[in-house]
Design a protein around this ligand. Structure first.
Ligand code: NOJ
Length: 552
């Protein structure tokens, strides 16, 4: 059985991975074609973002049929072929289940609109207030009210995301049974992993005005959330001990995560939390430009590491996904120290306690999109916020500057396979522009290069298999207050791992508070790292050290 603590998950956004039929969109066959590349990297799971039938208003997170593959992504035969080929290489598939909401094109919603009371109870319809306005002042995460009026029904329906993504009513047991059956459908196809989209939002509490915020406090980690997850576990994936699950937890609390991902809680294997990725926000406001707060980043990463460990709960550890800007652009350096900083950021994540996730292209050091015009953007959240920010009075230029940093499209540009046209992603017109830096940053030039970012990720993944301390070690911060250094220690049965990183382009001096005797360098982004009590760390220098004693 695959131990998820020893595993690494690779996330694929199929639309941007590889197009094999020239229509400009990637598809499942493209993933199958690149399995050897993933095998070479050494990953254990592939998480595929949704490829089910969908109008694609949110690139597949608006599902219209959970059991059918959108023809744009291929057929069920293509899926089965992918599963079989992956299995042959010892790689398992993790599917993305979006159960907080469905597309408004889903048959359930269509029946609800047509007046069927059974299906109206699948969603959250509420009457208008006496003045005709929305039932509460809640805001959609994509901007604007979270309620949309449905004239056919004469009521508003709730959508925490786009208005074409209607929230499901989990209070209704029939909805919960439908969801269980969908999970079982994919289990019957041999799927051994599931990621549950914004799953901590499924239990809504009171429907009341929020005088302190956008409404999230009423539905985040809501009143019946643990009960719902335990039931889903019991009635579906929990019946197969080989299945690994991860919940995407929006604005969650650590206390809830102890239970979501606690070893004996009967809920999920692990959680994604996002607090460490809000250190360049202003509070919860992402559409601003503020420098990343490094002290806060450490504080958040470390407190989650320690807290989750103390409660025997398990983290997914990551910088990147399809909703986040590229990490090398965000916390590293796109220029002179591109390679060094990308490797440093990789080292930080892979040494932590948790299951590392690698998002397609991260292993190549892919950078933000660099878009400068609205026509280049595709993401619904970015397009909505362009308008919202303009309406607030910001100049076009200021809005472009904000999108350039925070847009989700930064991570959705096509995978850069080669230096050639369209980065080898498609022979047609890509659905979103390929980053022109594919001439420099691409897989073809990195796979064989022992000094590449790809090689560094490969080494980190291999080390996790070789040294148990990566998977099972406890966690302790080292010199947490240093203004440029991020350092921590892991210990397990005579293995002691020390991870030391200079997070900045300026060199710095670091007094190591631990005795370094007996430690040797396991991996570094400099060929001649020399640990010392008074250490001169070079730009973005990152070193993993190990000490092994007899009881290892
Ligand atoms: C989280 C997903 O990762 C994101 O891409 C999506 O827009 C929302 N959930 C809504 O499903």
């Amino acid at each position: 059985m695959q131990d998820f603590k020893k595993s690494v998950v690779y996330q694929i956004y199929p639309k941007s991975f590889l197009d094999t039929n020239g229509d400009g969109l990637g598809e499942l066959r493209g993933v199958t074609q690149k399995l050897d590349y993933l095998k070479e990297l050494g990953v254990d799971y592939i998480w595929l973002t949704p490829f089910f039938v969908s109008p694609q208003n949110d690139n597949g997170y608006d599902v219209a049929d959970y059991r059918t593959i959108d023809p744009r992504y291929g057929t069920m035969e293509d899926f089965e072929e992918l599963a079989q080929q992956a299995n042959r290489r010892g790689i398992r598939l993790m599917l993305d289940m979006v159960f907080n909401h469905t597309s408004t094109e889903h048959i359930w919603f269509q029946k609800a609109l047509a007046g069927d009371p059974v299906y109206q109870d699948y969603y959250i319809f509420r009457p208008a207030r006496p003045d005709g306005s929305a039932p509460t002042n809640w805001q959609s995460k994509f901007g604007g009210s979270a309620w949309e009026y449905a004239p056919q029904v004469g009521k508003y329906y709730l959508h925490l995301f786009d208005k074409t993504q209607a929230d499901l009513n989990w209070e209704n047991p029939a909805v919960r049974r439908e969801v269980q059956q969908i999970v079982r459908f994919w289990m019957d196809k041999g799927v051994k992993g599931f990621r549950f989209d914004v799953v901590n939002l499924i239990s809504k509490g009171e429907y009341a005005d929020d005088d302190q915020g956008d409404g999230r406090r009423f539905y985040t980690d809501g009143p019946r959330i643990h009960e719902f997850l335990q039931e889903l576990n019991r009635e579906s994936f929990g019946q197969d001990p080989e299945i690994v699950t991860v919940g995407e937890m929006s604005s969650t609390s650590m206390e809830n995560c102890f239970r979501y991902a606690g070893a004996d809680c009967g809920e999920l294997s692990m959680v994604f939390s996002f607090h460490h990725l809000k250190v360049d926000f202003m509070g919860n406001e992402k559409w601003v430009i503020v420098p990343a707060d490094f002290g806060r980043l450490k504080e958040l990463l470390f407190s989650w590491q320690e807290g989750m460990a103390a409660h025997n709960a398990w983290n997914a550890v990551f910088w990147c996904n399809h909703d986040q800007p590229r990490v090398v652009s965000r916390f590293g350096d796109e220029g002179e120290y591109w390679k060094k900083s990308a490797k440093m950021l990789a080292g930080v994540i892979h040494g932590l306690r948790g299951t590392p996730y690698v998002y397609q292209g991260e292993e190549l050091g892919m950078t933000n999109a660099g878009f400068t015009r609205l026509e280049q953007y595709r993401d619904v959240e970015s397009l909505n916020h362009f308008q919202i920010l303009r309406d607030k009075g910001l100049s076009e230029e200021s809005v472009y500057n904000i999108l350039k940093i925070h847009s989700r499209d930064n991570s959705r540009t096509p995978m850069q396979w080669t230096a050639g046209e369209n980065g080898g992603f498609t022979t047609g017109t890509p659905w979103i522009n390929v980053n022109p830096n594919t001439s420099r940053i691409n897989a073809a030039s990195q796979v064989e290069d022992p000094d590449s970012i790809f090689a560094y990720y490969k080494a980190l993944i291999r080390l996790r298999k070789e040294y148990d301390v990566f998977a099972y070690g406890d966690f302790a911060p080292v010199d947490q207050k240093h203004p440029s250094v991020l350092a921590y220690r892991r210990e397990y049965k005579g293995q002691s791992l020390l991870c030391v990183n200079n997070f900045y382009r300026a060199g710095c001096r670091w007094h190591c508070p631990m005795l370094l005797e007996g430690y040797r360098v396991l991996l570094s982004n400099y060929s001649d790292s020399t640990p010392a009590a008074d250490w001169e760390l070079r730009p973005y220098e990152s070193v993993l050290l190990i000490r092994e004693t007899d009881d290892s």
